[in-house]
Design a protein around this ligand. Sequence first.
Ligand code: SF4
Length: 649
Amino acid sequence: MGNSYGWMGNIVRINLSTGEIQTQSTADLAERFIGGRGFISKIYWDEVDAKKDALHPDSPLLFMTGPLAGTPAIAGNRWFIAGKSPLLYPDQFGLGSVGGSFGAKLESAGYDGIIITGKASKPVYVYLHDGTVEIKDAQGLWGLETFETLHRLNKAHGETSGAVCIGPAGEKLVRLAVAMSDHGACGGSGFGAVMGSKNIKAVVAAGSLKVPVARPDDLKAVNTRIRSLIEGKILMDPNVEGIELVRRTPCPGCPSGCPRGLYKHVSGREEVRKNCQSVYMYYLWDMKYHGGESTADPFLATSLANRYGLCTQEMGNLLYLLEACVKQGIVTDASAGIALSQMGSLEFIERLTDMVISRHGIGEVLAEGTMRAAHALGNGAVKFLEKRMTRSGFNAEAYNPRYFITNAVFYATESTSTMNQLHEVCFPIMKWVMWYATDGAMSPFSTEVMLRIAKKFWISEKAVDFSTYEGKADVAYVIQNREYAKENLVVCDFFYPLTTADGAEDHTGDPALESRLLSAVTGIEFDEAGYYKTGERVFNLQRAIQSIEGRAGRKDDRVNEFYFTDKMEEEAGFLGVFNPDFMLPGPSGELISRKGAVLERDRFEKMMDEYYARRGWEVKTGLQKKDTLETLGLAEIAATLRAKGFLAE
Ligand code: SF4
């Protein structure tokens, strides 16, 4: 970017095999790729060997912040853990978004990111502080649960330190292992196992260095505007038994855009929770086991996963697979080594967790993650996942395309998490559902507000006509570019884009906030269009990575078949409970129902035609074009794609 505002200026490279430590200038990447996902994608493109698996010592593990981390910008302290994911199927590019304080601590230690390669000969942790890096002995920490590890590291390095660590799951290379940090923050996609494969128990950051901000007064003004827009925001706490809120525990620098808080369980255990899928990991099975009544056990089930360092989303997937396999007789008590009829009890999840960590009995198979477990179990087990997961192992149920047509483009074109793109469509709609279900008593976000939001954020009112495919390719294009720009900036998905605004008179938010934050911090003027262009650039780089990794063009832009064949009859979670008839705004704001809807194949294909054209890709093949890549400043990518046969002729 030609200056150092927004950055400490250094990305550190650590080779754990040789102990070599080097730094590279952040500025080399910042000009084109801004930060976060942009940096990760470029490093991945340049350095990851497509033939080496995720747990190979040469596969780099990346920790990356964005230009707002460590500055007073609201909700800008998130960061990514990334590299080749051992959880996605097959191993491929992946990343996990993490909250808490570690991103800001990394900046105050003097670094914008970390690239770790190699494998230490014994357990170690990395300690970064005030511009120095040490590789320290972690043998005394190996085997400890996550919270205990974080506690000990915090004690050893002082209250101002921040850490990210693995639990026993990561040490045992369980593919669904997460990296856990403070404030209950964790990063998924299996990077806990990648840490374990490198013999690295934790990374600790501490220091007192400050990220320079180019225009502090402008930053203050944007923050003030954001605070005014979220005034009066209603936070919905998790709806589970046996817990009470002790206090809100927002990530540092966030005036709380989500109900993250410290909750106390009836057992006396206190842990941070946010009202998201992690809270409900065991909820369904707990209800089934207890005759339709939920108990206080799901909190403890999630707690177990957190302590051992397991992904709650993936644990839910494993339970789903196991239940289906039991029903079909593919797995029995004898073959599994556990009483499967007890699924839903606390004892069951305790035992199963233990088996996964120790790779005992069925745990040996399950430790490989749901997709690999289904393939290993054979007997058609993969088929059971058709309605639960995409073919790369990502959740296929969330905000599905039969309900929200635009989302079909996201599911078709992404092999890793599409969650933030889905959220941009569905977070505002969840508020509309609340308005619809309570006749406006619990939410001001009426159909009229949705139409205004659509014009401001998604080109035209057509975006919230959920009856038609018309205009949806354009909406998908806009949303993907914005969401990739957001991931370059690394701001919180629960906060941005601020589409709905409780504190605004017309209840609509402001799409210019992110570009204004970026401009204020870096001192480089980004208008909205310029900011979105950075997202489009990285989206195209990501598309190129997918091609190299074996998912090239239109033939691979597929969605799960059941969207075309099975009518939309039920939906789990909030949308199903509060909107059982799947009502949505339709033409000119009139209400329509999506009950019984399917994704229509010919219209889906036509939407994809429009989408490829909008992206400047070849419509027939969905392959990228040289001109488009060059216009986006990605000429070197075009050359490699051409050499490998993945560029349109
Ligand atoms: S909205 Fe929630 S997750 Fe996001 S930065 Fe704020 S407290 Fe953290």
